[in-house]
Design a protein around this ligand. Structure first.
Ligand SMILES: Cc1cc2nc3c(=O)[nH]c(=O)nc-3n(C[C@H](O)[C@H](O)[C@H](O)COP(=O)(O)O)c2cc1C
Length: 424
């Protein structure tokens, strides 16, 4: 067994991560209706902190209460009051008790805000999500003043989490949320300084990175989660991602996390959406096939020299080790396995060969109706249903300290719907 995963990683700002495994951001839905962190979040992150990861990323922390990715998100949309300061500090204390880093993922959901939160969410342009089911509203284009306000809010949020004891921040610019919408010519059809050329489409992100850096100072980790591509025709392509990565490096970002896809094309979960996957021009390696984005990271490492975290699909320890020794990844992100096996990093570091692949055993429809999940109108329900199973595991971990892996996807969906109603 190689020891590459247990090697520390020093970031350009000088901070050091104790090993090469990170828990990727996963929305928890465990905050109060006003967006305050709760004891349940402390229980969940305490378990993860005991679980051996060198770094934990929080789920989406939102900068605007009207643009949640989901009810139950933590919300920091202003200078925190006393109650918010205390709740953030307790959360950070629990999440760092194992000596690991704990970074806040800061986000704005843009047009991927559910209708139950906001029927007219703000977005770069009034381009509606192409999903059946009526879960998302009609977006309204942001004005330049509103964009400036969002940029400011990211800075306020970053300063607040730093003060509370978080040890880093990540700007969420992937997965079809607001900043990823700005990057894509499909969802950004503006003709002002925030639309058109790639430089203009990346402007909001780069302004936010500059504001966040100013808010936290030069020695605090600032990361960005970036799509390798949206995998949609006419969307944000890998060539664009390479250029944005170069700009982020020049802007002094410490780490880029590579992911990919959107709600319309959920490649982040290794799933194909409503339309065919738009293949990208990248050399295919045969070595680490299970990891969805490692080939992109390998190609990106040739263009930038800042550390890359790669998330999506990693389950075998040898694939993780190879991703690091080949120079593709500096840090391995783990998501779904951590929803049940909270100490997956510790187990890997102690020699476990492979993590469970819960996603390959889960299905919204029973086997005899599995064809329904392939129908266009029902596909999103099948994908979201499986995702709700993971949400339900996080909910159980936070409330009881234990997952419930025997729960069916259908029962998890029902649970999530009722929790959502309680919080709204
Ligand atoms: C339950 C769940 C919640 C997620 N929430 C977020 C999130 O808040 N922010 C984010 O950037 N990605 C989120 N993701 C995506 C993960 O960070 C990760 O990119 C994805 O799960 C692929 O990694 P995996 O194959 O190890 O699960 C979520 C994924 C899951 C399963």
């Amino acid at each position: 067994m190689s020891d590459v995963l247990s090697q520390p990683l020093t970031l350009p700002c000088g901070a050091m991560l104790p090993n090469r495994i990170a828990k990727a951001a996963m929305t928890e839905g465990l905050a109060t209706p006003l967006g305050l962190p709760t004891p349940e979040l402390e229980t969940l992150y305490g378990l993860w902190s005991d679980g051996g990861a060198g770094m934990l990323l929080s789920g989406n922390i939102q900068v605007d209460a009207d643009h949640l990715e989901r009810p139950g998100n933590v919300i920091i949309d202003r200078e925190p009051d006393e109650a918010m300061r205390a709740a953030l500090a307790s959360w950070a204390k629990a999440a760092t008790r194992g000596g690991n880093h704990f970074w806040a993922q800061i986000s704005h959901a843009g047009r991927q805000t559910q209708k139950i939160v906001n029927p007219h969410p703000k977005a770069p342009s009034p381009v509606k999500l192409g999903l059946p089911g009526g879960q998302f509203g009609e977006p309204v284009a942001l004005t330049a003043e509103e964009i400036a306000d969002i940029v400011r809010r990211f800075g306020v949020c970053a300063a607040a989490v730093k003060e509370a004891g978080f040890t880093g921040v990540q700007v969420h610019s992937a997965h079809g949320y607001l900043l990823s919408e700005f990057l894509s010519p499909r969802s950004n059809q503006r003709d002002d300084q925030y639309g058109g050329s790639l430089e203009n489409r990346a402007r909001a992100l780069l302004e936010i990175v500059g504001t966040v850096r100013k808010a936290v100072g030069p020695e605090f980790p600032v990361a960005v989660k970036l799509n390798s591509a949206d995998f949609q025709k006419g969307g944000f392509a890998f060539e664009d991602s390479l250029q944005v990565a170069r700009w982020l490096e020049q802007a002094g970002v410490d780490l880029i996390e590579i992911s990919g896809g959107t709600y319309e094309q959920p490649r982040l979960l290794g799933v194909e959406g409503m339309e065919a996957v738009e293949e990208q021009h990248v050399k295919q390696s045969t070595l680490m096939r299970e990891a969805y984005f490692v080939d992109f990271a390998l190609a990106m490492q040739e263009k930038v020299s800042i550390p890359l975290m790669v998330t999506g699909g990693f389950r075998r320890r040898d694939a993780m080790e190879q991703a690091i020794t080949s120079g593709g990844a500096d840090l391995i992100g783990l998501g779904r396995p951590m929803c049940v096996m909270t100490d997956a990093p510790k187990q890997l570091l102690q020699g476990l060969e492979e993590l469970p692949r819960f996603e390959s055993q889960l299905s919204f429809f029973p086997p005899w109706l599995s064809f329904l999940g392939r129908l266009k109108a029902l596909k999103p329900m099948a994908i979201f249903g499986v995702q709700y199973w993971f949400y339900a595991q996080l909910d159980k971990l936070g409330r009881t300290g234990r997952p419930e892996p025997d729960m069916s996807v259908f029962a998890a969906t029902k649970l999530l719907m009722s929790l959502q109603k309680q919080i709204l």
